[in-house]
Design a protein around this ligand. Structure first.
Ligand code: PGA
Length: 257
């Protein structure tokens, strides 16, 4: 069944993971991004800095068109949760986004579906845009991928208010394409994004999810971004290592326009 593509603004982001961890590195990167930010751009752009550099980045991006957020947060607002980042701090600093359920968090840090669902509802309650990472853990046929995605989407949104689903961004990041030299083949990405759109529409209805944006992540570069985004079902890309050179990231942002 064809899914209606109501106006969805393109969105491109970058996560620094913990590759760039000093204030100086991030200040240089973020200032350059603000300086070179293309005028009249109709694309939402965001940066997810390394946790220790959130504060200097938030100061630079105050009152600019570039959004920022964190790569994770606690599933609880407040309390005895040693070593976690509270949504209260993100709100105070002026964050707009929070990444939830990245493959590295699910596997290395053992995040469960339940924690991910708690974080998604907490983000939405606090008016942050959750960037929910989904994707198969290993290469499979499309039918098994569909099953895995249905289950990840269903559990991530299990506590979310249906009226807020249009605010959500899903990042489709197949685990086997993260940290590689090449991204997943663009024809495959287009197929899976179409599938995700159909899953969303069938499960939650067009009205609640026609504005839900779907971006692809996993070894996105200047060389593959254009082909990946050349589909009505791909609303943007989520960049990692190949955006560490700010000029490359800006070029990818331009390609999304
Ligand atoms: P990568 O990271 O582009 O360096 O593979 C992407 C991601 O994990 O989001």
């Amino acid at each position: 069944m064809e899914v209606l593509n109501l106006e969805r603004k393109p969105i491109v982001g970058i996560s620094m993971k913990i590759y760039k961890n000093t204030s100086e590195e991030l200040q240089v990167y973020t200032n350059t991004l603000v300086d070179k930010y293309p005028k009249d751009l109709n694309v939402d752009v965001f940066i997810l800095p390394s946790m220790g550099t959130l504060h200097p980045v938030s100061k630079i991006l105050l009152d600019t068109q570039v959004g920022w957020g964190s790569q994770n947060m606690a599933p609880f607002k407040n309390g005895a949760y040693t070593g976690e980042l509270s949504v209260e701090s993100l709100v105070e600093l002026g964050a707009k986004y929070v990444e939830i359920g990245h493959f590295e968090r699910r596997t290395i840090f053992k995040e469960t579906d339940e924690m991910i669902a708690d974080k998604v509802s907490l983000a939405l309650e606090n008016n942050l845009i959750p960037i929910i990472c989904i994707g198969e853990f290993s290469r499979h046929d499309l039918a098994s991928v569909q099953g895995e995605l249905e289950s990840q989407i269903g559990s991530a949104l299990s506590q979310a208010d249906s009226g807020q689903l249009n605010q959500v961004v899903f990042a489709y990041e197949p685990a086997w394409a993260i940290g590689q030299r090449e991204a997943a083949d663009y024809t495959y990405v287009h197929k899976v994004h179409k599938l995700i759109r159909t899953i969303l529409k069938d499960k939650y209805g067009d009205q609640d999810t026609s504005g839900t944006r779907l971006i692809y992540g996993g070894s996105v570069s200047m060389d593959n971004a254009e082909a990946i985004m050349d589909s009505p079902d791909v609303d943007g890309v989520f960049v990692g290592r190949f955006g560490h050179d700010i000029n490359n990231f800006i070029e990818i942002v331009r390609l999304a326009q």
